[in-house]
Design a protein. Sequence first.
Lengths: 500, 335
Amino acid sequence: MFLSRLLPLTLACAVLSSTAWAGQITLKSTSSSVELIGKFKGYKNGVYTIETDLGELEVDARTVTCEGRDCPSISSLVSKFAITGNQAVIDTLLVPLLESYSFSLDAKIETKIKSDTKSNILISAKDGQDFADISVQSGAGDQLKNPLIVKSGTTSALPGEAGKTKITPLALDALVAITSDTNLVKSISLEAIHAVLSGSISNWKKLGGPDVAINLYLPQKTSDLAKTADIMGFDISKVKATERFDDLNELAKVVADDPYGLGFINFASRRNATLLPVLGSCGASVRPSSFSISTGSYPATFQHYLEANVAELPIFAREFLSYLTGGQAGSLIERQGYPSLSISETSMENQGNRIIHSLLATSRSVPSSEFRTMLKTLKTARQLSTVFRFNTDGTTLDIQSKAAFDALISELFLGNFADQTIMVVGFTGAEGSTRENKRTSKVSAQLVSDLIKNADSDGLLADLQIETLGFGEASPLACEDTANGIATNNRVEIWVKGAF
Amino acid sequence: MRLNDKAISFITGVVLLLGVGTVVHKGDELFGSKANTTQVAKADTGLAVQTDAQPIAHERSSIQMPDSITTALPSAKTTITDFELVRAEQIAPVTMPQPIYNTLQISPAEMDCALKLTAKSLRGARVQLAVIAPCHKNKIITITHAGLRFNEILDDKGMITIIIPVLSDPATIEVSFADGASKSISAPAKDLSSLQRSGIAWVGQADLQLHVDERYIKASKNTQITAQNTRSYKQSYLQGSGYITTLGNTDVESGAFVQIYSIENLTGVFVDFNVVLHTKSRGCNTPLMINTVRYSTVLGAQISRKNIPIANCSAQKGKIVLKNILRDLIVAQRN
């Protein structure tokens, strides 16, 4: 675990003079004979900072002992920090991830439960040395020291990284409509969702079902999900509900057992309730799934993320944030029912709905030969869940796409798509001329191709075959009667196919 | 003959020699004496038995059904009995099952205080542990596996047989007594990777019960199972749902207990857990400390300790439902 930190230490040893000077300290590795000598600059949150001939180095205090007059007096190396925010996400996602990370360190975990909303998690080594003391508290928790705050928001509403505040994406999610599997209504339009939530539709007959009142089940008005839904334009706090729930899993259970029940819930809490596809005004429908949420083709998609002042975070918390971007965390996130930011793939064979959508929703100005070319090009390839969208400036990736880009680059560096052709495929909405849209889509795809090539400063991907394509407005994912629909369709997808 | 041809001839010779050697060697295995081989019922390639019990020379061992093995009995002085795994061509006639310890007939002359263990791998990553401790009759035994432990009491012959759902492959099980006598044994659990396990372990007088809600499993008929209203491995196997195993003897004062739920790895599975504390139990007012255990193929066995304050426990009637102690088991589908 600490090997990577000891590497700079070893290098430093090779070149540093052993002559003592004012403020000099010696950091000795506890696991080897490596020593690092330098001028003490500071100690904070479990990290020594020393000035050496190689420049300023940060050394994990858990891996070294300090010798010298200027060594600080350290009472404890235990990382103390807090986790606060959205309780459902803390309970169902963050605590399991924290446990998983601790187990990956072969550490012991002890949870002291104080109340339904407060607990302390102690993480210690097998030999008893404490690693971290974490206060977990749902709600605002503003008074907590060094908090990792669990928040939720739409991709467009996510705050940018300002100053020392770092945003770490956790998982994706979506607001979904659920019914019992015995319910005859098998899809719902966005308009109908708004009508139900405003109270103007209260009978299944208006949704294509029997003449029976809708039993409407919703989260509590003040819940985190209600707040997130409100940001997305779905006000679930005003309508009179049959019942409101604190526990979203309980909501899903009740809806699954009620043939006339209709519930609104987040995708990850769906349990065995039936998810209703959302029907667009142009006739196409999108089924809520991990893939449609990951690619942003399902409307009402949002993201859970962690917000933290990284400079103030102790080392255990910082390492935990790094762990969250890895494959093991991604696997656990998916098992917990959340679409993760890690890459999955699907073939054209599984995208019948997309082809139907292309035919129903695409403007008539797109020649049929363009469809044939697109289908012929993509039919033997697999689409990755990685989709890029740009900020309004048209040249920089939005925050979700940045995270997706990092994940893609990691996969490429790991060689997971070696011997395959990466197809960077641009698409646009239907606004503007067909010819201009095709050109724009190719330009967007070229931007992404350039970003990939620029990320490879060491030439590790020199053999990677990249094909850049643009099909303009030929394959919309959403109806373009809303700004969100237009934004959804302007995108760059990544497909892969065998190179031979 | 040119040099290349010579080289080819030499290599061909070596290959032939090796080939003949191999055939001869295989021949030893194929055509060797079968005098000491016993075939019992149908085969299970995932089955194995490890034992340190001293077998009786030239007597046939009968292993509990329904599994099947071929047993190569060693000589009288050998301390380890080897069992060779075979896949039978057809299901052999079934004989009445016998407890494994009945077949290990220990004559008074041979009886000593040695602690003897037998571990037999069963389907579903379970291990049948048989303990023979003639000098620990009616004594409390502590059984430890993968960081979990529980107590049982040996019978008046100093024996016990117990089936343990295990959390590692191979599964190492250690037994110990208050006087310091201890021994461990290992057995394979090859199908562990096809399972999920979740459970609780605790020490003391608290009357705890794991409650499992399987309503999301369509195949499940009785969707609520508990340590009392449990389900057998066979029932769960047949209907595609899970089962609870309860380990630990309540007659042991402040004993250690384990309750584990097991289910096959399926996607789209949601299982809810609650831990119920019965408020009439003697341990009601003491601080409650529970170890939660979880096994998954991806993460292996994970044990986490939970300290739970129970305010005015005995003043509350009946039982207290402790939610969120054991995390619900969710195996979501990717799409």
